[in-house]
Design a binder for this molecule. Structure first.
Ligand code: HEC
Length: 115
């Protein structure tokens, strides 16, 4: 009787440990942004970067292609523009209005596109 109870509570303890470890693993993953939310945010970027509808708009002056760019690269670039560490008047203005979460969402969306 006692042995059965003990085994049972041991199982519970194991379950709890497993759940906890899974929780830690999930928390350790850096929170990537929400691509769906990012999709709405990049609507205005398409005018210059031509990402709307996955098509390039071929603007008449050079703008780097950002669709399909690497997630971490996008986060770094936008954060640098936001903080003014990377100087460009237009992109600084763009970055300034974005929150960190916006930047993560945008990067999640853009990096999900095929280049
Ligand atoms: C008015 C035009 C314009 C708009 C609107 C615009 N960009 Fe840009 N973007 C540029 C130009 C020009 C550059 C190149 C700047 C430079 O040389 O540093 C650039 C650079 C970038 C880069 C760096 C790319 C690289 O390869 O280093 C990223 C990322 C970027 N833009 C994202 C965005 C996002 C996201 C938005 C919308 C929130 C946006 N841009 C809106 C013109 C624009």
């Amino acid at each position: 009787m006692t042995r059965k109870l003990l085994a049972c509570s041991l199982n519970f303890a194991l379950l709890a440990v497993c759940a906890c470890v899974a929780g830690i693993a999930a928390a350790a993953e850096p929170a990537k942004g929400d691509a769906q939310a990012g999709r709405a945010l990049v609507y205005t970027c398409g005018g210059c970067h031509g990402v709307t509808g996955y098509k390039n708009a071929y603007p008449n002056y050079h703008v780097p292609r950002i669709a399909g760019q690497n997630y971490d690269y996008l986060v770094a670039a936008l954060t640098e523009y936001k903080k003014g560490e990377r100087a460009h008047p237009t992109m600084h203005a763009q970055g300034e209005s974005l929150s960190e979460q916006d930047i993560n969402n945008i990067a999640a969306y853009l990096s999900s596109l095929s280049p």
